[in-house]
Structures are given as structure tokens and as C-alpha cells.
Design a protein around this ligand. Structure first.
Ligand code: NAI
Length: 252
């Protein structure tokens, strides 16, 4: 029970990596607010995981939704001690073909959503003596990818704001770290690689290092560590789980 006594909000938790984190957090004794805009899937997951969870509709770009999600979590479980800013969207297109609306949509969800999330939970964390904020960036927060200008910009921003927040909030015993997954086998990745029919094992062969894609559980395990007191001296850090992808140069 590595997360016994912890109260977490996990965004984008109706499916994919957020759902895997919700499952692992509950297994480790946390209370979890599963937050997403995919209400049906989110409610189903909360029903499956039982009383340690609630589902809350939360569009991470909405200040009102954040206020409501924090208030609901406080009223059912207490002040959140952990926030996983996991919700994200991907948009592939060349620079020339990226409309202003495309660019702004990606920045709004991935970057502004993360900022709004931190801002919403920090007062309660200060009041209750501390907490852990986990901001999900990407390997695109460490290196660039062609056709992912908006996404790469948003994920570098997440990495940067994590460090600024860690410096500002350390005196309140609030730790802030970024997680950088590589290619993870979720709907987002299969959509990006060409839809449901895609053979992710084949894609994985191109990953430098471990030569396979990662699983949502492998990211959830890292997040359990960061949410728990086991990571008590880690803040402002970048935690890679990318199978070795960013250890390589482009010729590997
Ligand atoms: P996914 O697409 O399966 O899950 C993303 C979740 O975010 C969905 O449930 C979606 O409904 C939710 N979401 C989207 N917009 C939202 C909004 N405005 N408000 C609230 N929720 C919203 O993708 P996956 O793989 O689970 O992604 C999780 C995080 O990991 C994202 O931040 C993504 O950028 C990041 N990531 C994913 C990688 C991958 O290969 N799958 C690699 C590196 C990072």
C-alpha cells in the first residue's frame, strides 16, 4: 500500500495511461478522482474500481471545471495530495498545414490545462502540508519530432513549467516532476500510427534500446513512485520511460 492516505486527481483517466494510473493508484491504497471528458468510459472505470474512486467530468481547459473537480474531491475524499496532469491530445501536420486553431487547441489542452491544474490544487496542498504534482510531458518534451510542432512546443512547455513550479513550491513541501513517456501502446499512439489495424509490435522494433513499445502500466508504475513518499527528495526532475529512445542519435 504505497499510496495509503493519498488523494489523487488524475486527468484524462477514462482510458489509456490515465486509466492505468487510476487502477495502480487504487491498488496501492489511494483515493482517486478519475477526471476526463469521456464521461461514459470514465463512469464505467469508476464503477469497476469502486468506492476508492469517483468520476468527475473535467475539461482541463476550463477554469470552472477545475474548480468543480477540486471541490468535489475535497467534499468526498479531502484535499488532493497528488495531481497527475495526464490529459493530452496529439495533432500531426506540417507547419504549413497547421491552422492557428489546430495549434491553439493543442496548446490549450496540453499546456494551459497543466497550468490550470496546478493552480487549482496548490492552495489546498499548501493548507494540508504538501503534495506531489506529476506533469505528463513526452519524449517530445526532450527532443523534437517532425510534423509535431504544436505538440512538441506544448510538451517542452510542460517540462519547463514543471521546473518553475518546483522552485516556487518547494518551500511548501510540494514536489513537481515531469514524466516523459516514449511510444506507449494506447489509442493515441495507434491513431497516430495509422489507426486500429496498426501492428504496434512492428512499430516497436524501431524504438532504440529496448526495441518495443511501452505499456500504460509501465508509466503508471513510475507515477506510483512519484506520487508516493518514496520519491520524497525528487522535485523539478525529468523522469524518462522511453525504452531508450532519447538515448539514441538519429542514425541508430
Ligand atoms: P489517450 O488518447 O488514450 O488518452 C488521453 C485522455 O485524455 C483521453 O481519455 C481523453 O479523453 C483525455 N482528454 C483529451 N482532451 C481532454 C480535455 N480537454 N480534458 C480532459 N481530458 C481530455 O492517450 P494516452 O497515451 O493515454 O496519453 C496520456 C498522456 O501521455 C498525454 O498527455 C499524452 O500526450 C502523453 N504521451 C503519450 C504517448 C503515447 O505514445 N501514447 C507518448 C508520450 C506522451
Amino acid at each position: 500500500m504505497r499510496l495509503s492516505g493519498k488523494i489523487a486527481i488524475i486527468t484524462g483517466a477514462a482510458r489509456g495511461q490515465g486509466a492505468a494510473a487510476a487502477r495502480r493508484f487504487v491498488e496501492e491504497g489511494a483515493k482517486v478522482t478519475i477526471a476526463d471528458i469521456r464521461d461514459e468510459e470514465g463512469k464505467q472505470l469508476a464503477a469497476e474500481l469502486g468506492q476508492a474512486t469517483i468520476y468527475q467530468h473535467l475539461d482541463v481547459t476550463s477554469e470552472e471545471d477545475w474548480a468543480a473537480a477540486v471541490a468535489e474531491t475535497v467534499s468526498i475524499f479531502g484535499h488532493p495530495s497528488v495531481l497527475v496532469n495526464n490529459a493530452g491530445i496529439l495533432h500531426f501536420s506540417s507547419i504549413v498545414d497547421t491552422t492557428l486553431a489546430d495549434y491553439e487547441r493543442v496548446i490549450k489542452v496540453n499546456q494551459i490545462g497543466t497550468f490550470l491544474g496546478m493552480r487549482a490544487v496548490v492552495p489546498g496542498m499548501i493548507e494540508s502540508g504538501g503534495g506531489s504534482i506529476i506533469n505528463v510531458s513526452s519524449v517530445e518534451g526532450m527532443t523534437g519530432s517532425a510534423y509535431l510542432t504544436a505538440y512538441t512546443a506544448s510538451k517542452f512547455a510542460v517540462r519547463g513549467m514543471t521546473k518553475a513550479a518546483a522552485l516556487e513550491l518547494g518551500k511548501h513541501n510540494i514536489r513537481v516532476n515531469s514524466v516523459h513517456p516514449g511510444a506507449i501502446d494506447t489509442q493515441m499512439a495507434s491513431d497516430a500510427m495509422g489507426g486500429l489495424e496498426i501492428d504496434m509490435a512492428k512499430v516497436g522494433k524501431r524504438v532504440a534500446g529496448l526495441r518495443r513499445v511501452g505499456t500504460a502500466d509501465e508509466i503508471a508504475n513510475l507515477q506510483v513512485f512519484l506520487a508516493s513518499d518514496e520519491s520524497s527528495y525528487s522535485t523539478g526532475g525529468e523522469f524518462l520511460a522511453d525504452g531508450g529512445a532519447t538515448a539514441a542519435n538519429s542514425l541508430t
